[in-house]
Write a protein that binds this ligand. Structure first.
Ligand code: DAH
Length: 339
């Protein structure tokens, strides 16, 4: 029996296995119920008493060594399972796809940011409005064409509830609910009954500005807009104010900026004029102040309104308005920005 123990001990110390299954087969061969070492333990019962001590020690030692050996073989396969040898853990991680802000959001935030530096805060109003806030308070005559179904989307008639056609409606809301000094920017979506094309859409975005206080002058308006143009389009940008007409401002003007593509010398983008129009503005008409409960003898104000798409077109040279609302991921991906 001693020789048998020595022989198996030698075998055990030289055991190798190529995989988990082979290691398990070795356990069966030596340590299972019918295994070779278990068989020796069975034989051990018949060993004469005087040899029991020595053989018992040898047998126990053999079983422990076999168990240790086979367990360590199994463990080596278990750990190589978890750490797949083909994986390269030093390789660069897969790129995470980051979203980007919508170009109109970027431009809107930039406009708000610029005016907030000269004291304007943000006010918002509803997109579904009544006639009074959109037209009546803003000095539109009852026959004004904007009040026609051809230009405006109506939700209900009599009393007229409609989708606002401009964010100037927020002016009337602010002036009826706050006392001057008022210095607000009103960003938001507006709706007009237009056929959709590259140059027109049935909804778009505007930012309205309103400043009402004692002694507000046209010079203040001009300086505020010049500051905005330079911040938005660069230090060398020039502005030009052309007389215009809006029911809610008097006098009214439209503002052009020098074309930043040709630098003012004339190109296809500015239709060879050197100027591109970016907004409407003017001094708040005294009728509007009065309609909203503000004393027009004590207070004056200026207002301006610009299209966010228009500014975005100038900044990013987007030729087709529809791109802004189609949500084509290839278009949106181009606007990775910190804003
Ligand atoms: N509400 C005008 C529009 O939608 C834009 C505008 C012009 C706003 C002049 C103003 C303004 O506040 O003073 O075309």
């Amino acid at each position: 029996m001693k020789e048998k123990i020595a022989q198996i001990a030698q075998e055990v110390s030289a055991l190798v296995a190529a995989n988990k299954e082979e290691a398990e087969a070795l356990r069966v061969k030596y340590l299972s119920k019918k295994g070779e070492i278990t068989a020796l333990f069975n034989e051990f019962r018949n060993v004469p008493a005087e040899q029991k001590k020595e053989l018992g020690l040898l047998l126990n030692d053999l079983r422990n060594k076999a168990q240790d050996k086979i367990n360590s073989l199994k463990e080596s396969f278990a750990s190589s399972d978890a750490t797949n040898a083909n994986e390269d853990y030093t390789r660069t991680a897969d790129p995470v796809l980051l979203g980007s802000r919508h170009p109109l959001s970027l431009v809107k935030s930039e406009i708000i940011d610029i005016f907030s530096r000269i004291g304007f805060s943000v006010a918002e109003g509803p997109e579904v409005e009544d006639d009074w806030h959109v037209f009546g308070a803003l000095n539109f005559s009852p026959e004004h064409p904007a009040r026609d179904m051809q230009d405006t989307f109506f939700v209900e008639k009599n009393p007229d509830i409609l989708l606002r056609t401009h964010t100037s409606s927020v002016q009337s809301r602010i002036m009826t609910s706050q006392k001057p000094p008022i210095r607000v920017l009103c960003p938001g979506r507006v709706y007009r009954n237009e056929a959709i094309s590259a140059r027109a859409h049935c909804f778009f975005h505007q930012v309205e500005g309103l400043y009402v206080d004692k002694n507000v002058s046209f010079a203040d308006l001009k300086q505020a807009l010049l500051y905005f143009a330079k911040e938005m389009f660069g230090e060398n940008t020039k502005i030009r104010l052309r007389p215009s007409y809006f029911p809610f401002t008097e006098p009214s003007a439209e503002m052009d900026i020098s074309c930043d593509i040709c630098g003012g010398t004339g190109c296809a983008f500015c239709k060879h004029t050197g100027w591109v129009e970016i907004l409407g503005c003017g001094m708040v008409d005294p009728n509007v102040l009065e309609a909203c409960g503000i004393d027009s003898k004590e207070y004056t104000g200026f207002a301006f309104g610009m299209g966010v798409e228009r500014i975005a077109n100038l900044k990013y040279k987007v030729k087709d308005l529809r791109l802004f609302s189609e949500n084509d991921i290839r278009f949106l991906d181009e606007f990775q920005s910190a804003y």
